[in-house]
Write a protein that binds this ligand. Sequence first.
Ligand code: HAX
Length: 425
Amino acid sequence: MSLLKQKLAQVFPAQKAEIGAFVKEYGDTQVSTVTLKQAYGGMRGVKGLVCDTSEVPPDKGLIIRGIELKHLTEKCPEEILWLLLTGELPNETELLDLRKELFDAREVPQYVWDVINAMPADSHPMAMFNTAVLVMQKESVFAKKYAEGMKKDEYWEATYDDAIQIIAKLPAIGAYVYRKRFGHGERIIPNDTLDWSNSYVQMLGLPDPNGDFTKLMTLYLNLHCDHEGGNVSAYSSATISSALSDLYYALSGGLNGLAGPLHGLANQECLGWVLETREKFGGAPTHEQLKDYAWETLNSGKVIPGYGHAVLRITDPRFDAFLAFGKKYMGDDPVFLTVQRVFETVPDVLRQVQKISDPWPNVDAGSGALLYHYGLTEFSYYTVLFSISRALGIAAQAIVARAMGYPITRPKSLPTKGYMKLVQQ
Ligand code: HAX
């Protein structure tokens, strides 16, 4: 048994007992109220979900198991996965063991390549990627063991097995989607590196003479890993998972949500917006020109991608981390300079629109320019990168939920007439 699985077998029973005792004692305590506006407004701010892997206070941004993101930017994604699951960072032996476990599970079945190859050449990269995840469902250990009558307290282990199998294969699948979809040639066979993000970069096949692109990708895969439980991808995936659908179903379902322009697709939209400004103004736009273009976007009824958030009320610390990387490695890159200039301009514009709750940049506002700098210019691919990282959080949340024995999700809906009656009462 891998060291991570052993560790989880130790920590989960105590956590489950703690939650059981907590709910037994305080189960009837009210933790939230819901107004009619919230019911019709995407349930913003309603507390009614549990997520122990991470939290997002509006004034701080992502905190993973009690550690603020700014203290985690130097870590690699495998360390983050360990942290998400156990609440601790791994030591060197544990990290190596997890890397080895992923390395051993990385072989992708041939039928996955066949399915990707059979898809229309102009399919969206996210459709290709999510289809590849879903088509592997027949490999699910959870589904097989469930059909054989697995006991409830073994659910998390089978979900863990599925998670490792899936996470291990995502870099190769993501890299192949990139190469196939954008005509970059044959699939690249991975070398022997045990490092999950290094292996991904190698299979993408983009030049990286001094290793800076690999540094960016490690940071990228780290920063996007999780964002508590209420965002569209995490929540939809958790809902699917709560029906005891296996992780192949649950993850691909969640990632379909990530493919929406108000969620993960905002990173492709955002770089598109930045490049549009450059095209429109024939080079790097001035602050004044950006301000005008921001108003033009708003007045045409569109959103400014990469800005605003349902929860955050500050500049997203993930954006800060990307900005710091850009300043260090590409301070004079014209696209990056435009992103910086957008950051200096757009919040002031959005602050003037009363209905907008958060005028600050989110994670998607800056990442595209950095990828673009290293030659990853096909921005419809960017949400695949996001997905590979977010799979860590979605998988961790699914494993924890199974270990804690959470029930099927089933909030109550009412028709409008039902709410009208309720309000009159
Ligand atoms: N540009 C224009 N209008 C915006 C806006 C923006 N950047 N941000 C919010 N608004 C508008 C909303 O569309 C909404 O308008 P309507 O009432 O007419 O529908 C109004 O302001 C109130 O919205 P809000 O309360 O401030 O924000 P929400 O919680 O409803 O929505 C969103 C949060 C992230 C969806 C929103 O800010 C947005 O659409 N931003 C641009 C898209 C984006 O960057 N998405 C990525 C978010 C991070 C993420 O999930 N990454 O994966």
